[in-house]
Design a protein. Structure first.
Length: 320
C-alpha cells in the first residue's frame, strides 16, 4: 500500500495557510475544506474556515482513538456535535456572534474496517475510486452563484475591466450582492434584471429564493446551510443540526478497491492517472486555458496574480 498527498494554499506567495486540512491515521483517511468567510472572521488567530476544518479533524481523531466512531451516517452527526461544543465555547468567549455566520467545513472520509471500506461525504469534497468512479456532491446554490458570475464577468469585461481588477470587481458583486452593485453604480437596472431573469429561467424550482440570494450575495449564503426546508439548502458541518442536500455514506468491499483519491474543489478537473503529479499537471493545464474559471471550468472564483482560485488538496491511497 502507498499513501501520498498534497496540500497547497491558494496564496501564491505562501503568505498564509489555506483552509484545507488533511488527516491520516492507520486505516483512516480524511480531508476537510473549510468555508471561506467573506467577512474574514478569525478564531484563535486563524480563519474561521480553517478553524472549523481543524476542529472537525481533531474530532475525528478523538473518536477514532477512543473507538467511538459510528459506522453509519451517525458519524457525521458525531463530528458536527463536537464542532458545536467548540463553537459554543468561542461564542461564550466573545470570538463569535451567536446569530452570525457559523464557521463551517466539508468532509470526505474513507475508513478501512476490515473487509469493507466505509466512505463518508458531506459537502463538495469528493472521492474517486479505482481512478474512474468520481463521486462529488455539488451544491445547487453554487451553480446559482457560478452562472451569475459568468454573466457578471462578461458585463464587467465589456466595461473595460481586465486582469486582477476584473476578477476583484466580479468577486465583490458576487460576494456582496446585486443590490449593492446597483447602489454603487456597478450595474444598471436593466443589467440586474437580466441577471435575475437568467436565474429564473435556469432554476425555476428555486427562482424566488435564488434571486433573493443573489441580491444579498454570498455573504448571506450561511442562511441556507442545514435548512432542509429551503430549495437551495445544503448540508454543512457548522454545529447546527444537519439537513439539506450533500450527505452520503456508502461502503465497498475492500477487495474491489485498487485506489482511492480524496480531493477538494480547488481541483477543477480530474487527471487520467492516479498520482499527485498527475493531479498537479491537470491543475496546471486548467490554469493555462481558463485561469478565470469562466469557460472550460466555471467556478465561483477565478485566479489572480496573487491567488489561485482556491486552496487545493488531494490524498491518494493505492492498494495495488
Amino acid at each position: 500500500m502507498q499513501i501520498s498527498c498534497f496540500n497547497r494554499s491558494k496564496y501564491r506567495s505562501f503568505e498564509a495557510p489555506g483552509e484545507d486540512v488533511l488527516l491520516i491515521l492507520p486505516g483512516l483517511y480524511a480531508l476537510f475544506d473549510g468555508a471561506t468567510d467573506p467577512t474574514k472572521t478569525m478564531l484563535d488567530g486563524i480563519t474561521s474556515g480553517r478553524f472549523a476544518a481543524l476542529t472537525c479533524a481533531e474530532a475525528v481523531g478523538r473518536l477514532w482513538a477512543t473507538q467511538q466512531m459510528a459506522h453509519d451516517e451517525e458519524l457525521l452527526h458525531q463530528v458536527n456535535e463536537q464542532l458545536e461544543v467548540v463553537l459554543l465555547q468561542k461564542t461564550a468567549e466573545g470570538q463569535l456572534q451567536a446569530e452570525g455566520k457559523p464557521p463551517s467545513t466539508t468532509m470526505a472520509l474513507a475508513w478501512d474496517v476490515g473487509e469493507e471500506l466505509l466512505f463518508f461525504l458531506l459537502g463538495d469534497s469528493g472521492v474517486r475510486l479505482n481512478g474512474q468512479e468520481e463521486i462529488v456532491l455539488r451544491k445547487q446554490i453554487d451553480h446559482v452563484s457560478t452562472l451569475t458570475r459568468q454573466a457578471l464577468f462578461r458585463i464587467l469585461r465589456e466595461q473595460g475591466l481586465k486582469s486582477d481588477e476584473l476578477e476583484y470587481q466580479t468577486r465583490q458583486v458576487v460576494y456582496y450582492g446585486l443590490d449593492k452593485a446597483l447602489e454603487q453604480g456597478v450595474l444598471t437596472d436593466t443589467q440586474q434584471q437580466d441577471l435575475l431573469e437568467h436565474i429564473q429561467l435556469n432554476f425555476p424550482a428555486a427562482a424566488a429564493e435564488g434571486m433573493s440570494f443573489l441580491k444579498q450575495g454570498v455573504v448571506s449564503q450561511h442562511r441556507f446551510a442545514n435548512q432542509g426546508e429551503l430549495p437551495l439548502s445544503y448540508a454543512a458541518l457548522n454545529g447546527k443540526s444537519l439537513a439539506g442536500e450533500g450527505m452520503l455514506c456508502f461502503s465497498r468491499p475492500k477487495t474491489s478497491i485498487k485506489s482511492l483519491e480524496l480531493f477538494t474543489d480547488g481541483y477543477f478537473s480530474l487527471p487520467d492517472e492516479v498520482t499527485v503529479a498527475a493531479w498537479e499537471r491537470e491543475f496546471a493545464r486548467i490554469e493555462s486555458i481558463d485561469p478565470s474559471k469562466i469557460d472550460n471550468c466555471p467556478a465561483i472564483k477565478g485566479s489572480t496574480s496573487t491567488e489561485f482560485s482556491d486552496d487545493r488538496s488531494v490524498l491518494i491511497v493505492q492498494y495495488a
